[in-house]
Design a protein around this ligand. Structure first.
Ligand code: IPM
Ligand code: MN
Length: 352
């Protein structure tokens, strides 16, 4: 199989971890006789530095022409504490999501048995946790009309959803539940927000019409945040809007003990992008200490998206082995002296 992959390393540790994902993909291509062609492009703070634009035209063109986008991380502290900054690195990510129509963000939250002791929660609570979050990614308050009054003392962000926007991601979440343990939980704030009441209505109708074999639950987002701490292993598929998904997926990401292990995909009708859940970790950039596993698992998700299931499995197996043998960076195994590239080497060398 031949695939064109747009590679956007981005900021901070992005370039270091993406190099390891490419190393592993090259090994997969070699073992399974595929051809992956990479085209590199800039996005984020690095793109602002070079062109003034966090998503340069060329980067968008390359991404639109690719079979998939592999993306590292975005963000630079020099923009974080400046509320007056005109351009921000994050705008690049939001713009590419919108331009590629990536409405469905999939964030798996999985615990690894060998790492349970690392979880901030008690082991018996996290054991067996394996759920996946379906976060709407191109609508809601992120993209609604933004207003700032002339005197700059009043501001608002509109949270708007349409039936179509809800239906298309709900289809994907129901389908995912069917392939898993057949339980879907819609997370919303329907006791307060009209947009959440629309989500409930649309999801309930769809359930009745096409997915009544799936067990459907509803949870207010404040309660969901609590339940994820009390008993994270109760969930299978969670479905939610853009902002709620942003917040509770960060909460979910640390349950397993390391945010450095979790990948994600963002899927649209025509395009797809794969990136780790963690950020650009600027304090760690250039030191070789970044954990490349979330990035490598994002590459595995990309292979699954190409229907290369065997190949994706080969990566996840090699990652499991790395964790079993403590072949990972110090964020996961504090006694470890391995660097980013050592971990990538071990995983690439164990692609069977
Ligand atoms: C995420 C990030 C982004 C978001 C930022 C960088 C715009 O936090 O992917 O979760 O808020 O969606
Ligand atoms: Mn986030």
């Amino acid at each position: 199989m031949k695939k064109h992959i747009a590679v956007l390393p981005g900021d901070g540790i992005g370039p270091e971890i993406i190099q390891e994902a490419i190393k592993v993909l090259d090994k997969v291509a070699n073992v399974y006789s595929h051809e992956f062609k990479y085209t590199y492009a800039d996005m984020g703070a690095i793109a602002i530095d070079k062109t003034g634009n966090p998503l340069p035209k060329d980067t968008l063109k390359i991404s639109l022409a690719s079979d998939a986008v592999l993306f590292g991380a975005i963000g630079d502290p020099k923009y974080d504490n400046d509320p007056n900054a005109k351009v921000r690195p994050e705008q690049g990510l939001l713009a590419i999501r919108k331009a590629l129509g990536l409405f469905c963000n999939v964030r798996p939250v999985k615990t690894f048995d060998s790492l349970l002791h690392q979880s901030p929660l008690k082991e018996d609570r996290v054991k067996g946790t394996d759920f996946v979050m379906y976060r709407e990614l191109t609508g809601g308050i992120y993209f609604g009309e933004k207003k700032l009054s002339e005197d700059k003392n009043t501001a608002s962000d509109l949270c708007q959803y349409t039936r179509t926007e809800i239906e298309r991601i709900a289809h994907k979440a129901f389908a995912a539940a069917r392939k898993r343990r057949n339980v879907l939980t819609l997370v919303d704030k329907a006791n307060v927000l009209e947009s959440s009441r629309l989500w409930r209505r649309v999801v309930t109708e769809l359930h009745k019409a096409e997915y009544d074999d799936v067990e459907l639950h509803f949870l207010f987002v404040d309660n969901a945040a609590m339940q994820m701490i009390l008993a994270p292993n109760q969930f299978d598929v969670m479905l939610t809007s853009n902002l709620f998904g942003d917040i509770i997926s960060d909460e979910g990401s640390v349950i397993g003990g390391s945010i450095g292990l979790l990948p994600s995909s963002s899927i649209g009708e025509k395009h797809a992008l794969f990136e780790p859940i963690h950020g650009s970790f600027p304090q760690g950039a250039g030191k070789g200490i970044a954990n490349p596993i979330a990035m490598i698992l994002s590459a595995a998700m990309m292979l699954t998206h190409f229907d290369l299931d065997k190949e994706a499995k080969a990566i996840t197996k090699a990652v499991d082995l790395a964790l079993e043998k403590h072949m990972c960076t110090a964020d996961v195994f504090p006694e470890s002296t391995l660097n980013t590239s050592d971990v990538g080497d071990f995983i690439a060398n164990n692609i069977a």
